[in-house]
Structures are given as C-alpha cells and as structure tokens.
Design a protein around this ligand. Structure first.
Ligand SMILES: C[S@@+](CC[C@H](N)C(=O)[O-])C[C@H]1O[C@@H](n2cnc3c(N)ncnc32)[C@H](O)[C@@H]1O
Length: 270
C-alpha cells in the first residue's frame, strides 16, 4: 500500500453515482462499468470457477450489468451489494425488465459492514470499484468473513503501480473521487492476512493504459456533443482534463489495474 490517502467519504462517492458521474461512466464503459466489459466478466468468472451451483456476491454491483450477465451466461445466483440509492434502484428495475429477478437480488449497504452472515457465498466478486472504498483491510476481511469455506474471492481493481509526486496522486484521486488505491502486492498481502490463499495475481496495466486512451478518444469524439448538450462546457473540459491526467499516468506506468483470485481454507475460521 502506498499510504497516499485523500479525505473522501462514502457520501462523496454516493454523490458521484447519484449524479452525472454515474451516467458518464455508463456512457463510456457500458452498463458493466469496468474496463473490458463482458469479456472481462467472462475471464473473471472462468478463473473463479463460477457455475450454475454458485451463489456469488458482487460487492459494489452498481447498475447490475455484471450480475445479470453472470446469471444469464453462467447460470449462477447473484446478490449485488451497493451503497448508492440510484444504482440500487436502477439495478432492480433493469433486472426485473430482463426477467432475471428470480436469480439476481440486490441489497443497499456498505461493503465495510456487509449485511450478510458469515460463510454465505461461494464466490465474492468485485470489478473496478474497490478503489472507492475507504478501508481496504476491512473490506477484504468482510469478503473473507462472508465467503463459505473453500470459496473464492475474485476481483479486479485500479491500482497504484509506480511512484507519484503529491500533486500527481492528489489530482488523479480528486478527479476520480478515490480515497486510496492499493498496489497488487498490497491486495495480495491483505488477502493473505485475512486468512485467504492467493492463487493468482495478474498485472493488467498495459491493457488498462490502452483502455484509458480509448475512453479519452471517445469523449473527444463520439460523446463530445452529448456531454456538451447535457452538462455544458465546464463539465466537458473537466472530463477531458481528468481523463488526460489518467491517460498520461497510465502511459507512464504510475497507475494501472490488476486481477486477484484467492481461496478461503476449507476449515472455517470464523
Ligand atoms: C465503478 S462502479 C462499480 C461497477 C461495477 N462493479 C460493474 O462492474 O458494473 C462503483 C460502485 O461502487 C459503489 N460503492 C462505492 N463505495 C461503496 C461502499 N463502501 N459500499 C458499497 N458500494 C460502494 C458505488 O455506489 C458505485 O455504484
């Protein structure tokens, strides 16, 4: 862990996803709000060993795009947990519309105090969202607690991958409203400390840098007029400025993305 921390609360993050921020990220990434879309969800599902018997908890499920895809394509049951009211309401409504509400349900709540009993889920899952969470140690402990013995923790997240000046990391975090970011090794250590065994950790940073470049291109071309019409020049300029900072930092190897797969021991310790 780098120790870089911005004073961001869960209320600040809720404001992003209750407002234009959530709409903008969906515009750029689709209703699976993470790098790599459906393809990345399939890779993570395969690595996590998801099947029709699995009950999966998606921590920070947002609009429920991955939850519906997992239920439809992999046949599993999914519970989505998210702290933002708009995301929660929208996920329920889109899931009902898709006719998947028998397989997918949602809870409104904080990942740092999960409203679930210990040993409940076969797979605990996260995609590009835990960078918003203020206490990564407690988050991973909560994931380990609600996993069944033998269950799998599978997640991707945005990471710090190189050293940055104070001005650099503060500008990057402020634009994204991130309280902190982990390193790949930092996450692996947190998982091991929580009693899990890391099976796989993969640095996906070159792919991340390519995606950020693409998001910038799309904002300046395909989505430019839509952002200007709906939110005005100031917002458009701010989005271009922020994504350009991320494009430059990812191209310089300072920020990136990674994937971790870990297993809880068969004998329960909770
Ligand atoms: C980038 S989106 C998640 C995208 C989602 N994983 C996907 O792949 O579609 C981030 C989400 O994290 C949620 N979030 C942030 N902090 C949270 C917390 N402490 N507990 C629960 N949800 C949180 C936000 O409300 C938001 O919906």
């Amino acid at each position: 862990m780098s120790g870089n921390r911005l004073d961001v609360t869960i209320e600040n993050v809720n404001e992003v996803y209750d407002g234009p921020g959530g709409i903008l990220w969906e515009m750029l990434m689709g209703e699976e709000i993470h790098v790599g879309g459906e393809q990345e969800t399939n890779i993570l599902a395969q690595k996590a060993g998801v099947n029709a018997e699995s009950h999966l908890l998606d921590v920070c499920s947002a609009l429920g795009g991955p939850a519906r895809h997992l239920a439809q394509t992999w046949g599993c049951r999914v519970t989505g947990l998210d702290a933002t009211q708009r995301m929660h309401t929208e996920a329920i409504s889109r899931t009902k519309q898709a006719g998947l509400d028998d397989k997918v349900e949602y809870k409104l709540g904080n990942a740092l105090d999960m409203p679930f009993r210990a040993n409940s889920f076969d797979v605990v899952w996260g995609q590009d969202a835990w960078c918003y969470i203020t206490d990564k140690k407690r988050l991973i402990e909560e994931c380990a607690r609600v996993l069944k013995p033998g269950g799998i923790l599978a997640f991707t997240d945005w990471l710090e991958t190189g050293s940055m000046s104070n001005d650099e990391w503060q500008a990057l975090y402020t634009f994204m409203v991130f309280p902190s970011m982990e390193t790949l090794d930092g996450y692996a250590t947190l998982a091991e400390t929580a009693g899990l065994t890391v099976i796989e950790k993969e640095d996906l940073s070159p792919d991340f840098a390519r995606h950020i470049q693409l998001y910038l291109y799309n904002v300046q071309n395909e989505f430019r007029q839509g952002i200007l019409d709906n939110y005005g020049h100031e917002m458009y300029d701010e989005v271009v400025r922020g994504i350009t900072l991320w494009r430059d930092a990812s191209a310089a190897g300072k920020v990136g993305r990674g994937r971790i797969i870990a297993r809880k021991a068969l004998r329960s310790w909770t």
